[in-house]
Design a protein around this ligand. Structure first.
Ligand code: MLT
Length: 201
């Protein structure tokens, strides 16, 4: 997968996995990585699906309606890419904390929903429920931050509660932070995620 890797000063410690929103690239979230953890390594990945020329992490049939078969395939692809990248760059596979926005948050959520040990933690900015009707793996010890917007037309408050409850019932420790804005990623939301991260790791 197309990506950027930046080695952190803390060898073999945490790696932030940056996952952009629809139409973004691996450059988009680079500025927020040092706000969250200045010493972590950074692996920023570009989604390998194109929707009218816009990179995404998996196909969708319509706004908010995911192509489930493609979601499964791309989640596996990303999970395996993390295995391979950790060997290639020599970072700890079990210390990856995802930081995803929108479509990137949804593929991070899908990693959590499908693979027990893929992520060490996750910051999900404006996520959705990636898939319904499956039994989640054991996510105990996995901290998850959800950044949500009270006026977000894509990620409703009901869907945020549903996601929170699904993750919690699999054992994850979930913190939800509310902004009064829409779908955009705001500075105050990133600051809240950074504070959450500092208190945990
Ligand atoms: C998605 O397709 O993942 C969500 O609708 C968010 C978006 O990318 O617009």
């Amino acid at each position: 997968m197309k990506h950027i890797f930046q080695k952190g000063s803390n060898e073999n410690e945490r790696t932030l996995l940056l996952l952009h929103g629809t139409g973004g690239t691996e450059n988009d979230l680079l500025p927020i990585a040092p706000m969250i953890d200045p010493s972590a390594s950074v692996l920023s990945v570009r989604g390998s699906v194109l929707e009218n020329g816009m990179p995404r992490f998996f196909r969708r049939l319509a706004e908010g309606v995911f192509d489930e078969e493609d979601l499964l395939l791309r989640t596996k692809e990303l999970h395996e890419f993390l295995d391979q990248a950790s060997e290639q760059y020599g970072f700890a596979r079990n210390r990856i904390v995802a930081v995803g926005y929108s479509n990137g948050a949804n593929i991070a959520g899908s990693l959590l929903f499908h693979y027990k040990d893929s992520l060490h933690g996750a910051v999900l900015h404006h996520p959705m429920v990636p898939r319904r009707g499956l039994k989640l793996p054991d996510l105990s010890q996995i901290p998850v931050f959800i950044g949500a917007g009270g006026n977000d037309p894509i990620c409703s408050p009901e869907e945020m509660s549903e996601l929170e409850n699904l993750l919690k019932s699999a054992g994850a420790s979930v913190t939800v932070h509310w902004e009064s804005h829409g779908h955009q990623l705001t500075r105050t939301e990133v600051d809240a995620a950074a504070e959450w991260y500092r208190n945990l790791f």
